[in-house]
Write a protein that binds this ligand. Sequence first.
Ligand SMILES: *[C@@H]1O[C@H](CO)[C@@H](O)[C@H](O)[C@H]1NC(C)=O
Ligand SMILES: *[C@@H]1O[C@H](CO)[C@@H](O)[C@H](O)[C@H]1NC(C)=O
Ligand SMILES: *[C@@H]1O[C@H](CO)[C@@H](O)[C@H](O)[C@H]1NC(C)=O
Ligand SMILES: *[C@@H]1O[C@H](CO)[C@@H](O)[C@H](O)[C@H]1NC(C)=O
Ligand SMILES: *[C@@H]1O[C@H](CO)[C@@H](O)[C@H](O)[C@H]1NC(C)=O
Ligand SMILES: *[C@@H]1O[C@H](CO)[C@@H](O)[C@H](O)[C@H]1NC(C)=O
Ligand SMILES: *[C@@H]1O[C@H](CO)[C@@H](O)[C@H](O)[C@H]1NC(C)=O
Ligand SMILES: *[C@@H]1O[C@H](CO)[C@@H](O)[C@H](O)[C@H]1NC(C)=O
Length: 816
Amino acid sequence: MNIPFLNFIVIILLLFFFTRFSCGADIITSSTNLSDGRTLVSSDGSFELGFFSPGSSAKSRYLGIWYKNIPVPTVVWVANRCDPINDTSGVLMINSTGNLVLLNQSSGSVVWASNSKKEAQNPVVQLLDSGNLLLQDRTPGKSDIILWQSFDHPTDTLLPGMKLGWDLRTGLNRQISAWKSPDDPCPGDLIYGVEPYNNPDAVIWKGSRRYYRTGPWNGIGMSGAPQLKPNPWFTFNLVSNEEEVYFIFYLKNKSAITRLIVNQTTSRGERYLWKEDTQTWIEYSHFPWDDCDTYGTCGAYGTCVNTALPPCQCLKGFKLKSQEEGSMDWFQGCVRNKPLDCHKGDGFIKFGGLKLPDTAHSWVNKSMNLNACRAKCLENCSCMAYTTLDIKETSGCAIWFYDLIDLKQVQSAGQDLYIRMAASDSDHTETKGKTNLMAGLIIAAAILVVTRVLVITYYIRRSHRNIQGRENGCSDERQIEDMEFPLFELDLISNATNNFSSNNKLGEGGFGPVYKGTLPDGKEIAVKRLSRSSGQGLVEFKNEVALIAKLQHRNFVKLLGCCIQGEEKMLIYEYMPNKSLDYFIFDHTRRSLLDWPKCFHIICGIAKGLVYLHEDSRLRIIHRDLKASNILLDSEMNPKISDFGMARAFGEQSEGNTKRVVGTYGYMAPEYAIDGNFSIKSDVFSFGILLLEIISGKKNKGFYHLNDNLNLIGHAWRLWKEGNASELIDSFVQESCTLSEVLRCIHIGLLCVQQYPEDRPSMSSVVLMLGGGTALAIPKEPGFLFGKKSLKTIPLSSKPESSSPNQLSYSVLEPR
Ligand SMILES: *[C@@H]1O[C@H](CO)[C@@H](O)[C@H](O)[C@H]1NC(C)=O
Ligand SMILES: *[C@@H]1O[C@H](CO)[C@@H](O)[C@H](O)[C@H]1NC(C)=O
Ligand SMILES: *[C@@H]1O[C@H](CO)[C@@H](O)[C@H](O)[C@H]1NC(C)=O
Ligand SMILES: *[C@@H]1O[C@H](CO)[C@@H](O)[C@H](O)[C@H]1NC(C)=O
Ligand SMILES: *[C@@H]1O[C@H](CO)[C@@H](O)[C@H](O)[C@H]1NC(C)=O
Ligand SMILES: *[C@@H]1O[C@H](CO)[C@@H](O)[C@H](O)[C@H]1NC(C)=O
Ligand SMILES: *[C@@H]1O[C@H](CO)[C@@H](O)[C@H](O)[C@H]1NC(C)=O
Ligand SMILES: *[C@@H]1O[C@H](CO)[C@@H](O)[C@H](O)[C@H]1NC(C)=O
């Protein structure tokens, strides 16, 4: 009946719907604005622009863009990254000269502006379905001009279709930088961008330092990020031409929204997929991938093998540059065994499975083949390597000049690299690779069977490269590569120690708790779980530990291997059934188990171990925490020094001055405790204290003599001066000893604790003195004479008014 009327209603409804959808929607013009509380939504509802407060910072308001079509708030762009508005007075509008500006409405002050150069007749701001915020001039009759777009000024997120890198025509460089924290979108120190080299590379910087390279494009992916493979969700490419150099990716499949971010918390780039079926962000990949990815860790011509110990190795035909192997200065990298002679003619050796080196000094030609590439490289004496540019099409030529930096062994997806070598080194070895590896594996397996450690091979990850290196015989070099140092799996150690149960805990060392464990084959181990994180990277740590593991001496506790997984770092030692020296010497009953001959044997053992540490080993390690509880005892009461090299492995300097004083109250030499100056003579001081403790059965720390304020050293010194040194000797020792031998030891002890380091003997002279072979000097006054109660200078009876520097500051030592 009333048909026209019905029609009218329908039209109204449609209009209403239409208006609501488009008008609240995706544009701002010069006559409208966007105030806090309102938003702009892209036409298909994917993205939304508006004001938000990140994380727990409820008061700070930022203008940003986020996904509208997913329930987890995910911000992809922020305008005023470092300038939050403290209330809801913010408003986004186009000012009269066509700039997009964010204002504080109460003051009218500009908080953020697009700073577009051109003026616009008819400026329009639109949020696109791609997430790009566009400022255009839409003058009727002319084509639209883009004045500014958010895709050119990314924050921490790369969206599909967004370019990361350079527009070489305008000099625009698009980089993404991490938020400082989840509450603060201001840029932190992690930046990801593209280097527009001849052979472009994508790089993460940490501050001004290069931190990681994804490596150059090889036609399929980035040579240093093999986990980024062709996949059903997105395509990606590193585009390089005269006008632009950029990395980009596109969605293949809308059911997996993809974003790439840099994350300050995890120190890496992360790529997430939003899966429609799971309704969560799933991490698809991340980079850097492992410790070996840290830029240039192993120096020039050094290659990093993540599963090996040490991870840094010189390429075949190269040796460590720093002559002092003890320093293991990988920073300086490796040098050739045989120098090049460009004019007599060099050759090349093919190295497989590599992440290609830094391309800062490189050259490419997209149409040259590999032979022409080789010839091109030979022509120029600074050319050090070449390879195929595009491994998908096997075409093109990539060339490197000068030293090759940031090489890494990439297990699955590494590439070939032809490296320039002296003629006598090259070519004939070029094809050996694989067969030798096989031979190496077979030989290694045979050795394992023979030594009956086959049972435990399943938890030892071996480096194939190590074995290969040895079979090829890096003959004339120091054999850094032949180190077979086991890395234990966390699961195995966890099972061995009953999941680090407190029942298995043996004690707490300077660097963390120690647990007893039993391996499946019944072997008992002690596991030191390192608590503090070191200042150095994991690769440096592993290099260091592997080196220390090579120090073998019968008076050292043997390091069997280590376990490094995620944040966990553990050292695995042989188990010492008789605990430590302090367990015996300071306990009245157990004391009787150590008669003087045994004590003397222990003293000599410690001294010999220290001589090796200080003088004979390649590393020249200063122990720095020598004390009774660090002297472990095996089943036959042989002393074994533990924790040596720990300070070193933890990134401390090996000599000189340190800010962080490690060590133990009561054993520290004065120059170390007070000024942080340490040397091998500080260890000699600690040894002297140990000697006096063994003889007296008293701890230096906490020793009080009733009549004076002297500590053990002061007490010993006074008795010695008065000619009563024998009063120091513990009664049990006295029963079992030759008095002259003990008195000699007291004398040596006093020589060791002399105040000035230069007066103290070296450990090798101590060994000679213990053997009775030399006459003993007269000791000068020791350092640290006074006990805990004396915080002021209290004069010694013999020299009433002296105020020597040793009386400075016992209180300094109080804390530990
Ligand atoms: C924003 O728009 C509203 C309503 O259109 C207007 O009242 C307000 O004054 C505008 N704000 C600014 C800063 O122009
Ligand atoms: C806005 O401007 C007013 C006036 O200058 C000032 O008092 C206020 O702190 C500003 N607020 C913000 C969030 O910028
Ligand atoms: C917001 O408040 C913080 C701290 O109160 C202040 O440092 C900052 O300048 C304020 N920002 C603005 C835009 O007023
Ligand atoms: C518009 O904003 C830009 C950027 O802040 C500024 O340089 C320009 O002077 C403003 N124009 C006017 C008319 O205020
Ligand atoms: C997209 O992903 C969905 C879910 O995994 C799958 O079912 C679909 O076939 C994919 N579409 C294309 C075009 O690959
Ligand atoms: C960065 O990583 C941390 C820890 O995994 C995570 O909580 C945070 O959400 C990440 N940040 C972003 C922007 O995804
Ligand atoms: C690249 O190689 C091709 C083929 O060898 C050659 O014709 C061309 O000139 C080379 N381009 C450059 C820039 O050297
Ligand atoms: C070799 O290459 C380097 C680096 O590109 C260049 O500076 C040098 O001029 C070249 N030398 C010769 C002889 O072509």
